[in-house]
Design a protein around this ligand. Sequence first.
Ligand code: GLU
Length: 553
Amino acid sequence: MDDNKKLAEFLFPHIDKTPDYYEKLFPQRNLKEGAKVCRFSPSPTGFLHFGNLFTCFVSYSMAKSSGGVFYVRVEDTDQKRSVEGAIEVMLKGLSVYGIVPDEGVIGDREETGVYGPYYQSDRKDIYQSFAKALVEQGLAYPCFMTAEELDEIRASQENESIKGVWGKYARSRDLSYEEICQRIENGEAWTLRLKSPGTLEGKCYFDDMIKGKIEMPENVQDIVILKSDGIPTYHFAHVIDDHLMRTTHVVRGDEWISSAPIHLQLFKLLGFKAPKYVHVAPIMKEENGGKRKLSKRKDPEAAVTYYIEQGYPSESVNEYMMTLANSNFEDWRRVNKDEPLSKFPFNVKKISVSGALFDIAKLSDVSKNVVSKMNAKTVFDLSYEWAKEYNKELAALYEKDIDRATAILNIDRENKKPRKDIAKWSDIYDYISYMFDETFEPDYELSGNADSALALDVLKKYKDVVNLDDDKDAWFSRIKDLCSEVGCTPNVKEFKANPDAFRGHVGDVSTIIRVALTGRVNTPDLFAITALLGRETVKNRIELAIKHYEEEE
Ligand code: GLU
């Protein structure tokens, strides 16, 4: 037996499986031509950043639009970063946006699919069998350098362009089999390092699906592949897992681009075909004329829970993510108003190279549009579900009379030009509060040509004529008739042609009634509001307003 083989046996006596065994256990997937296999591989920190969701959305959209497979793998090799219950939280965050894995981790310690286990912490033997094979081929070696030694090396590398353990700094690279055995038997800790075959002149080329052709120096570092506890580093686990799980496209944050030469070298040394890379730039935010990354620390909207708590419908967030992903999406949407999002020909090549710009006002516009197209029952059901958890006051208002609440939400909805007032469920409470006596806040401030003297005249007359049995036309005729009785004109054009001849026009009269009934100058359809307020409330509010203007006069 040569020394490499002996060393492999010495380091990994418990490993009896070969890479070949795993290659057969996890065969190529039997998918149709062009189907992509993509994954989301979070570390279980429990925090889902909007950028993670976006990257995951890209990964999911690629897999799904190609008729492929989307799976979740949990990267829990760093126990220090693992948080109890994190996976459930993250999976729930994804499922809100319709991202449900076909395979992999589907719950806390729950998985499905034949390419697992999908928790990296359950894959130790798999990693070690590949590590053993690398040692056998002389491509990996145990390294005894201590943390102090590594610090000392780093300190001495100030003038080196390449830092870390490489070339002469790789002090354990050429230890003899005997010395290694001796030191391990003496209880010295060791990590397993790659014996990088890279040269300083060597180049690494790859074609990133977002960033395009990339050329970088090839890797020369003897990077750690197994830590001293036998757990793999991200680099090694990524290469083994994405190979054995037969990932075709690795969609991940672009902070990993600088490590891509390491990964491509590992794929080559292990005899694997490298997947295609799709490096997604972080979501950016405009600040003081410049741009910066959307930050977990500074921006509440960096947390996916923010959208859930605020009550943005998931459909709106998905639509918005598509506008961030593909700039041609909005044009498509204008022409395909009622098509589901999944019909959009999503194109990964159109994703911004430098990072899409997050804009909450834009999300709000997108969402108002989405909500305006929902019917009242949907708005009620979704917002009621949300309110039960996040806005008990709104839930309580709804519960007074669910049919009436739905009817309120139906005002100016389900027609050709629905109003676009609601962006998120947390807007609704304020939007409908005047419809309930307990939350109505009178505010008699007028606008236009209306003043308190005119208001008094209008309201005193309106009180006597308002009839809740009127249909919309009859109701409006009464208001128009009322105009001439108070020195106004029902005809706005006529007013504009001769403003001095009138105290105001029909718009001013309506404003007076609107303000008395709702406390606002701008509301949806006043006829519908009047009908839903009911006889008693209409009468009371008009009287209250009359009293106010009388005191003002
Ligand atoms: N676990 C890695 C992270 O959370 C994922 C990187 C990848 O997708 O490969 O950053």
